[in-house]
Design a protein around this ligand. Structure first.
Ligand SMILES: [Zn+2]
Length: 421
């Protein structure tokens, strides 16, 4: 039904950095299309536009009570500083408790937490002139890590743009320990529109062509990452599905999509779903997503974004086959979201690495922590499960999205904020 060796060899070919809207991402799409063609399946490469920015130029210098320049990355889509930079007092604002923000007006805030839409709104409302965020660990060796890159995504920008830079935790620690109280920040940002693309395959169902099961996996990566665990592995699992359905024509229509630009906010799947009309949305009876797979040490999970009955069905099915898959009913931060947002039930398959045994979103997402056997752990249930659904006499999954799942999706997509704005 599948060949983990063939899949793993393809994964090796896909293992290079390919961020949203780059030449490398387009090259990856071509590799996927060529692989499909090698067994007689024609793919469409569907372009879409993404709003992004060039890698900003940014700097941070402590000017009092000591002088030192620290390595920073600038927030893409952030507000550029005036010529000569922005000089302001520094406030260490921790996790942005109200008491941390009493005198924030006109100052630059150093914050511990990830800058989510909620945190960003607080920063903007405090009247601060800018902010500095941090990531990593005190135990990091600077020459073995990359400074994270950050972007003010659309839900944040609804609150207005602002100057932000990002530093290593060890540098933030030093600034606070040495009592840094005045800093000079520069940010030169230039927004740009770029093109990304989805790779799409459609195989018409022989018996129920109007019922479409939509498979998806994203193939882009974050900066510095060869993106094999996240999500070259899911991409090659989808390729095995394409192999299977090419050799065993499906009863229901099968659509297989490799999505670009997932890592900057699910842009590929959002673009895909947005071009479907009411009728086409109604035809989609299920979305099957694969995002993260193949670690040597790990465990398999299936996340059902749909009815509780579908979660039970999946759980029973896995147990009957003897597959060690933990089934949950929840949302998952991946390409299933735009589908579920339209009421289409979704299921996401993931093999999560054991703590400390596999890494995502950085230079340590590499082949060394993955194996053919690890890949087979997911292939061996995703393929027969998918095949059984595609050929079912009666399609068993109800089109039902429980209220608490809808709420989670709305929160995830910041719909609440949108209403307030
Ligand atoms: Zn992913």
């Amino acid at each position: 039904m599948y060949q983990e060796k063939r899949a793993f060899e393809l994964l090796e070919k896909l293992a290079f950095v390919r961020t949203a809207g780059t030449r490398q991402e387009a090259q990856e799409a071509q590799i996927l299309a060529a692989e499909l063609e090698s067994f007689g399946v024609e793919a469409q490469i569907v372009p879409f536009e993404i709003q992004d920015a060039k890698e900003p130029r940014a700097s941070l210098k402590v000017v009092a009570p000591y002088e030192k320049t620290y390595a920073v990355t600038g927030y893409k889509c952030g507000k550029s500083t005036p010529q000569g930079g922005l000089r302001a007092p520094l406030v260490y604002a921790e996790n942005l408790h109200e008491a941390n923000l009493v005198d924030a007006q006109g100052k630059i805030l150093l914050v511990n937490t990830r800058v989510t839409a909620e945190i960003y709104q607080k920063i903007v409302q405090s009247g601060a002139a800018g902010f500095i965020s941090m990531s990593g660990s005190m135990l990091d060796e600077p020459d073995r890590t990359d400074l994270d890159t950050r972007k003010l995504r659309e839900p944040l920008l609804r609150h207005g743009d602002m100057t932000g830079v990002h530093i290593r935790i060890a540098d933030a620690f030093e600034m606070v320990a040495r009592g840094a109280r005045e800093v000079e920040v520069t940010l030169e940002n230039e927004n740009e529109t770029r093109t990304s693309q989805n790779v799409v395959v459609r195989m018409e169902g022989s018996k129920y062509p109007q019922q479409v099961v939509s498979f998806g996996a994203h193939y882009d990566s974050v900066p510095f990452s060869t993106g094999v665990y996240d999500n070259g592995a899911g991409s090659v699992i989808l390729m095995e599905l394409a192999w299977w359905f090419a050799k065993n024509p499906p009863l229901r229509t099968v659509e297989i999509c490799w999505y670009g630009s997932e890592e900057i906010g699910l842009m590929g799947s959002k673009a895909y779903v947005s071009q479907l009309d009411e009728q086409q949305l109604k035809q989609r009876v299920l979305m099957v997503n694969v995002d993260v797979a193949a670690p040597v040490l790990g465990h398999d999970t299936a996340i059902v974004t749909g009815a509780e009955s579908f979660a039970h069905f999946t759980d029973y099915w896995m147990k009957m086959g003897g597959y060690p898959v933990t089934v949950k009913q929840d949302i998952y931060s991946s390409d299933c979201i735009p589908f579920a947002d339209k009421g289409i039930p979704a299921i996401s398959f993931c093999r999560f690495g054991a703590q400390g045994a596999a890494f995502i979103h950085g230079r340590n997402d590499v082949m060394a922590y993955l194996s053919q056997q690890g890949l087979a752990c997911t292939l061996r249930h995703v393929l027969p499960f998918s095949d059984a659904l595609v050929r079912a006499a009666v399609f068993p999954v109800e089109r039902e999205m429980p209220g608490e799942i809808v709420e989670k999706i709305d929160r995830y997509l910041f719909k609440q904020d949108l209403k307030q704005a």
